[in-house]
Design a protein around this ligand. Structure first.
Ligand code: NAD
Length: 294
């Protein structure tokens, strides 16, 4: 059996089109253009690429992009002042501080300083708490993308045995919370889990977010399972050619799974699309409008 590929690029494109429609509706209804502010401290090349892509896609869906590039030596208090200013700026509906921040800045303080209503990364403890208690929240982007992709394979995930590999606050925990809301029976595996292959073999749905290149082997996959691969690893072959790989040994798993996301072209493209989605949702809520259906 060869799995069907879940196309993250196409799904993200369709989502961006719906977002553009919602942006236009908000402009028409209340005369407000949703605005996303991205803050980058320092000159990490990978972060620079992410920030550029985010800004480009923000503008493409009709939103306003505010970019704040601060030098590496920016003090924590200067960064907190900028966040305060953005919290109070009515043209800004979403605030994202690109992580990681330089070591002399306390990441938790920064996340907690963002107004939860504008916290489009969904990392603020208030949003994490709301998600965990089933209340309206802004939910981390990559986990939202994972669930949208899983639902491409099967619209109703009710009753599935889901195994999430990884327990980070950014991916593993929120994806597990979302799958609980989808009525899955959820197991969270992590670096101290015993018998990981056996646990994964029970899964109808696997979300691999361990940050370990190709840790999930083909013979761990239950025939017909849905496999969502969050990992991104840049590898170089003997000829010096760069190739992106995931947490799943794709060439093996594709033979057994029912549906699988590739790397690249799976979860990756969904993350920015979901950031735009969160920004439109935040804008609607801040303007007293119902949540857009996205
Ligand atoms: P992290 O390092 O914060 O967390 C990794 C988690 O995996 C930890 O909870 C750890 O307990 C668990 N883990 C580590 N080794 C394990 C093992 N051998 N067996 C089982 N569990 C193990 O990473 P993260 O931020 O959650 O990201 C995970 C992966 O997803 C990384 O490869 C990252 O690059 C990728 N990522 C991709 C996107 C995207 O947009 N596609 C977004 C965020 C993260």
């Amino acid at each position: 059996m060869t799995a069907q590929i879940i196309d993250g690029k196409e799904t993200a494109k369709a989502l961006r089109q719906s977002i553009a429609g919602e942006v236009a509706k908000i402009k028409e209804t209340v005369g407000v253009t949703p605005g996303l502010a991205v803050v980058l401290v320092g000159a990490d090349p990978a972060s620079e690429v992410y920030v550029k892509n985010k800004a480009k896609q923000t503008v493409e869906v009709g939103m306003t992009s505010f970019e704040h590039r601060l030098p590496e030596e920016t003090t924590e208090s200067d960064l907190l002042s900028l966040i305060d200013q953005l919290n109070n700026d009515t043209s800004v509906h979403g605030i994202l501080v690109q992580l990681p921040v330089p070591k002399h800045i306390d990441e938790r303080k920064v996340i907690s300083a963002i107004d939860p209503a504008k916290d489009v990364d969904g990392f603020h403890p208030i949003n994490a708490g709301r998600l965990a208690t089933g209340q309206k929240a802004l939910v981390p982007c990559t986990p939202v993308g994972c669930v949208i992709l899983a639902k491409q394979a099967q619209a109703d995930l009710t009753g599935l045995n889901a195994v999430v590999i990884g327990r980070s606050n950014i991916v593993g925990k929120p994806v597990a919370q979302l799958l609980l809301q989808e009525n899955c029976t959820v197991t969270i595996a992590h670096s101290r889990t015993q018998n990981l292959p056996e646990i994964v073999r029970q899964a109808d749905l696997v979300v691999a977010a361990a940050g370990q290149c190709e840790i999930v082997k083909g013979d761990w996959i239950k025939p017909g399972a849905i496999v969502i691969d969050v990992g991104i690893h840049r590898t170089v072959n003997d000829l010096g050619k760069t190739k992106l790989k995931g947490d799943v040994a794709f060439d093996e798993a594709v033979e057994t799974a029912g549906h699988i996301t590739p790397v690249p072209g799976g979860v990756g493209p969904m993350t920015i699309a979901c950031l735009l989605r969160n920004s439109v949702v935040a804008c609607a809520r801040l303007n007293g409008l119902p949540d857009p259906v996205l």
